[in-house]
Write a protein that binds this ligand. Structure first.
Ligand code: GCB
Length: 575
């Protein structure tokens, strides 16, 4: 799904700002609230509601939003779509009292054609949001605390995952115009032959329309036209994309009818290849090692709402430490985050919102359908980013169950059919007996040696990790990325010798694990859990409702571990 843009053929209009809001504790709003909320109060969009309002932290809805708008001058009568970047979790949308439809699942965009429903002036947009935790939702919540369903940790709110279940309209809501029969989708694949970059683009279009494509940038302009929906552009002496040379070109797609251009879309692209070869991960046919983090879209007051300054700050912190990569744990991040990854040269493992999955019968069919929807929506949104080098189907599914293997086989095949070019993986806490490891392209392991296992015993933890890595590799002969490792540190807590929860213990754990990982040539990635402290549901392990495994605090200040990592990673040549 293409992001709205403004050019002579298209315009976009961001509805972000102060909207009106009301909780609906008796769930009675469907009777009439689509025509206007009876007693609303102001609320910022985009942002979660949980920390903006003093009485709403643990309230997961349902709740209603509304805003009024008039169309920009000259828009009335054009084709107009209404697009939501992310609403968590379930959204129902009305325009001028008419129901447009609904979308389930946060973190991924959805849109409605409002051409025949929007007025020139005095429009009322109403959204009902339900963020309640249920066993048949993904990610799930309110599940039994037994090993079949969960890690057995009692939490409030009762998430089956370890981050706060923030609710609301989390990313921009936009209106945009586009020409009839305009550009609706672009799929780009790049290849490299010697010094020539090959750009292949597919653009669905009407049969009587000519497709014109231009690649511009790095001192070249290459244009081609075709009557078909597929076009190939060879770029001589291509400047390839990599973390050290994040060269982008503009791919300008135009649709031409009877010699007249009637739509245009400009997509930044990077010419690069990615593939697994034996135990290596090859970017542009050169082995690459990922250094970086898991993180969360999380910041005080805005919750999971998109805040551009925080996006920039997190990239600054990752660069300062010497990272070249991150995983979108545990859901697809904003389009803004991925655009910047392209521009700044970060390698991204893009993960669906499938965290806390279990395979007991209750709600399984629904969870399965949702996971397939998420794979489709994530790939449709993110397939053209050079920064995205792998798809992650899930995080730490409770996958002892044999059902899990066929479940993930279907998701793997689906991802491959939608995008044959990128490796597909999932992040697992399980051992070498995980049935899915047989078909995944690369193996992502989450390991907390010295913390959750071999607690407080780092020497033993490193021995166990060494042995386990060798066993997994001996069995599967696939590249391994450690997608989580680390320890909790309360900022300002110090201990010598290092003790759990001190900054010294966290720094030592991370440094010792990295030493092990650096000694294994088949380990092609090290992602510390995590970049910054983040808010969680309340539970006995989470002091103040915060996960303190960040190497930076929630306010983005460094702990000892950040300095230690910087010394380790910046001294090493980044590939
Ligand atoms: C994990 C999860 C992550 C948690 C982390 C922890 O294995 O993947 O979501 O936050 O452990 O800190 O416990």
């Amino acid at each position: 799904m293409l992001y709205p843009q403004t050019n002579p053929f298209r315009q976009s209009f961001d509805l972000s700002g102060i909207w009106e809001f009301q909780f609906d504790p008796d769930d009675c709003g469907r009777t009439s609230w689509m025509n206007g909320l009876p007693a609303p109060r102001p609320l910022a969009v985009p942002a979660s509601w949980n920390e903006q309002l003093v009485d709403a932290r643990d309230n997961l809805g349902p709740a209603w939003y509304q805003t009024r708008f008039r169309l920009p001058w000259g828009w009335y009568g054009q084709h107009i779509r209404l697009r939501f970047g992310s609403v968590n979790y379930l959204a129902d949308v009305w325009l001028n009292g008419e129901w447009l439809g609904w979308h389930e699942g946060g973190h991924l965009p959805f849109e409605f054609d409002v051409t025949t429903r929007v007025r020139d002036d005095n429009n009322l947009l109403v959204v009902r949001v339900d963020g309640n935790l249920m066993a048949n939702r993904v990610p799930p919540g309110n599940v039994p605390l037994d090993p079949q369903h969960s890690f057995g940790v009692a939490r409030y709110p009762a998430t089956n995952f370890d981050f706060f279940p923030y609710c609301g309209i989390h990313r921009p809501v936009m209106l945009y115009t586009l020409p009839p029969y305009g550009i609706d989708d672009i799929t780009v694949i790049t290849e490299i032959e010697g010094t020539t970059g090959i750009v292949r683009a597919r653009v669905p279009k009407p049969d009587d329309v000519t497709l014109r494509a231009t690649v511009r940038g790095n001192n070249v302009v290459v244009t081609s036209e075709t009557a078909s929906a597929d076009i190939v552009l060879p770029i001589p002496h291509a400047h390839v994309w990599s973390p050290t040379t994040p060269n982008l070109y503009d791919l300008i797609i135009e649709l031409v009818r009877a010699g007249v251009v009637y739509d245009r879309y400009t997509l930044p692209i990077g010419i690069r290849t990615i593939r697994v070869d034996g135990s290596a991960l090859l970017l542009n046919d050169t082995p690459i090692v990922l250094r970086g983090f898991g993180r969360h879209e999380d910041f005080p007051i805005v919750g999971r709402g998109m805040l551009s300054a925080v996006t920039i700050k997190d990239y600054e912190l990752m660069r300062w430490v010497g990272a070249n990569s991150f995983r979108t744990s545990h859901y697809p991040y904003s389009e803004q985050m991925l655009d910047l990854a392209d521009r700044l040269g970060f390698l991204v493992i893009d993960e669906t919102p499938a965290v806390g999955l279990f395979f007991a019968e209750d709600g399984l069919a629904k969870r399965f359908a949702l996971c397939q929807q998420y794979v489709r929506e994530m790939i449709a949104r993110d397939k053209n980013h050079p920064s995205v080098i792998a798809w992650s189907l899930a995080n730490e599914p409770h996958a002892h169950d044999p059902t899990a293997v066929s479940f993930f086989r279907v998701l793997y095949d689906l991802a491959k059919s939608l995008d044959p070019t990128r490796p597909v993986t999932l992040a697992s806490h399980l051992d070498a007996n995980n049935g899915s490891f047989g078909f995944l392209d690369l193996l992502c392991l989450n390991r907390y040696n010295g913390w959750k296992s071999e607690t407080a015993q780092l020497d033993l933890g490193c021995q166990v990790l060494t042995r386990e890595l060798d066993e997994v590799y001996a069995r599967y002969h696939k590249p391994i990325i450690i997608t989580e490792f680390g320890a909790e540190a309360l900022p300002g807590c110090h201990a010598e010798p290092p003790a759990m929860f001190s900054e010294e213990y966290q720094a030592e754990t991370i440094a010792r694990v990295i030493q092990v990982l650096n000694s294994k040539p088949y380990v092609v990635g090290q992602h510390v859990w995590c970049l910054c402290d983040f808010k969680t549901s309340q539970e006995v392990r989470r002091v103040g409702g915060i996960n303190h495994k960040g190497v930076f605090t929630r306010e983005r200040q460094p702990k000892l571990a950040a300095h230690r990592l910087r010394a380790l990673w910046r001294n090493d040549a980044l590939t």
